[in-house]
Design a binder for this molecule. Structure first.
Ligand SMILES: [Zn+2]
Length: 232
């Protein structure tokens, strides 16, 4: 008995002189002239199984890479909605186009989902870090505050920024989705904490001096912060 490895759709035509296989959307179609017996086609397909398998694998990979890691395929960067594509390539890297981000993962990487996540997070961390660095310099000068000793960017569930007595500041990576004016508010808020490690009246006075509309910004974060989340 011939072991048939694939289910396929058979399309016969009177005009056709040769046999052909097409693999599309993970299904196989065999085109054949009327006179070639089904059994012979099955045998021929078994001979071609390596090629058919490689085509199926390729399509499975493309389908999988489109499915994850982001469920939405869209992400906010400084409040612009950006399309993200996940693809296999020779080298892992992230390429930025005008309104699209291509996250490319090397075909040699075995845990692609994790790699996509790491690549995307590293890219966003750098982008947010560059912006915050620049604004820290600006606001430190304005507030007559020495630069902090360290700047870190992490994903937090419940806070946008934090600081400690060692003058180390941390910002939530999810802020990358917000408008720059909102990020500025979080920067001023954390810088004000360097003198007042609480939410006292003097603390808020200091925030208000350098970011007068702080109430609007903090309300926006309370009401819309959830929209900055993304799902991996
Ligand atoms: Zn605070």
């Amino acid at each position: 008995m011939v072991e048939l490895l694939f289910e396929y759709q058979l399309k016969r035509s009177a005009r056709r002189k040769t046999v052909a296989i097409k693999v599309h959307q993970r299904s196989i179609t065999v085109y054949a002239p009327h006179y070639v017996p089904k059994k012979q086609l099955d045998l021929w397909l078994v001979e071609k199984r390596d090629w058919v398998n490689s085509q199926l694998d390729k399509q499975i990979n493309i389908a999988d890479s489109k499915q994850y890691p982001l469920e939405t395929h869209k992400i906010l960067i400084f409040s612009n909605l950006i399309d993200i594509t996940f693809e296999h390539a020779l080298h892992s890297q992230v390429i930025e186009h005008e309104n699209t981000l291509s996250v490319l993962c090397s075909s040699r990487v075995s845990h692609k989902k994790l790699k996509y996540k790491t690549l995307l997070e590293a890219y966003l961390t750098e982008k947010l870090g560059l912006y915050i660095d620049m604004r820290l310099a600006h606001f430190c000068k304005l507030m007559d505050e020495p630069l902090p000793n360290d700047l870190r960017i992490r994903i937090y569930k419940r806070k946008w920024g934090s600081c400690n007595s060692k003058r180390e500041l941390t910002f939530n990576l999810l802020l990358i989705g917000a408008k720059k004016s909102i990020i500025d508010y979080v920067i001023v808020h954390e810088l004000a904490h360097l003198r007042h490690l609480d939410h006292s009246r003097v603390f808020w006075q200091r925030v208000a001096k350098f970011y007068p509309d702080h109430k609007t910004a903090s309300d926006w974060l309370k009401n819309n912060g959830q929209s900055l989340q993304w799902e991996f």
